[in-house]
Design a protein around this ligand. Structure first.
Ligand code: VGL
Ligand code: ZN
Length: 234
């Protein structure tokens, strides 16, 4: 009897340890979930739809239960924004151009302030969210990152907010993996936060290999790639 159950436990133990190295992550009071740009513009039917972007919603709703601290972001552009192809003669969406602060991908008009397109997805359920941070509202500067605008000078204030709240670890989710999620995660790491990206709680645009490049860069900079099943739900 004893030997039999010991053998069973051994088997179960090794099966578990080979299955998920990161399993059992327990976000505490010093962790925050960052929900990036889960807005109508970025799901099918929106102005800059990310393939299967709506699929992140149930995953985020499920893991949010494990977090006391939640930050939600919204891409929040002016009309005629510098990131819109329509702002330039002869430019088409998904081309790029050189702006004062560097190379800028040009997008279809999207997430214009106050429009239904810029509203959060109606099924996103994170009632405990404490801050909704809007970004990209300076007409001449884009902001993929929730921490710092594309000029790499203008802070959004999120790092100060999180540090003042005692947050040490962030879990980044949302849209799109290879743009706003990746830039947010890279800045979080650079600014001293332990940083996880929850892969199945994100979907990507994948423009000219941007998804593989984003994972490569995040890996090199110490951003950890996890799955929602690695987080212990209470
Ligand atoms: C995003 C492109 C343009 C994003 C925002 O949320 O990833 N991508 N604006
Ligand atoms: Zn944008």
């Amino acid at each position: 009897q004893f030997l039999q159950s010991a053998a069973l436990m051994g088997l179960a133990g090794s099966a578990l340890s080979t299955r998920a190295w990161a399993a059992g992550l327990k976000p505490g009071a010093d962790s925050a979930l960052i929900v990036v740009d889960v807005q109508n513009c970025f799901v099918p039917g929106g102005t800059l739809p990310v393939a299967k972007g709506d699929e992140v919603v149930p995953v985020i709703n499920r893991i949010a239960a494990a977090f006391e601290n939640v930050v939600v972001t919204q891409d929040w552009h002016t009309q005629g924004h510098a990131s819109f192809a329509s702002s330039y003669e002869g430019k088409k969406p998904f081309e790029s151009t050189k702006l004062a602060y560097g190379q800028q991908v040009l997008w279809p008009d999207h997430c214009v302030q106050g429009t239904d397109d810029a509203a959060l997805h109606k099924d996103l359920k994170v009632p405990q969210a404490q801050v909704i941070l809007r970004k990209g509202f300076h007409k001449h500067v884009d902001s993929y990152s929730a921490f710092e605008e594309a000029d790499r000078k203008t802070a959004t204030g999120l790092a100060g907010y999180l540090k003042a709240r005692g947050i040490k670890t962030v879990y980044v989710t949302g849209l799109a993996t290879d743009f706003c999620v990746a830039w947010t995660a890279l800045d979080a790491r650079r600014l001293g936060f332990k940083t996880y990206v929850v892969e199945d709680a994100c979907r990507a645009i994948d423009l000219n290999g941007s998804l593989a490049a984003a994972w490569k860069q995040m890996g090199a900079k110490g951003v950890k790639r996890i799955q929602s099943s690695d987080i212990e739900l209470v």
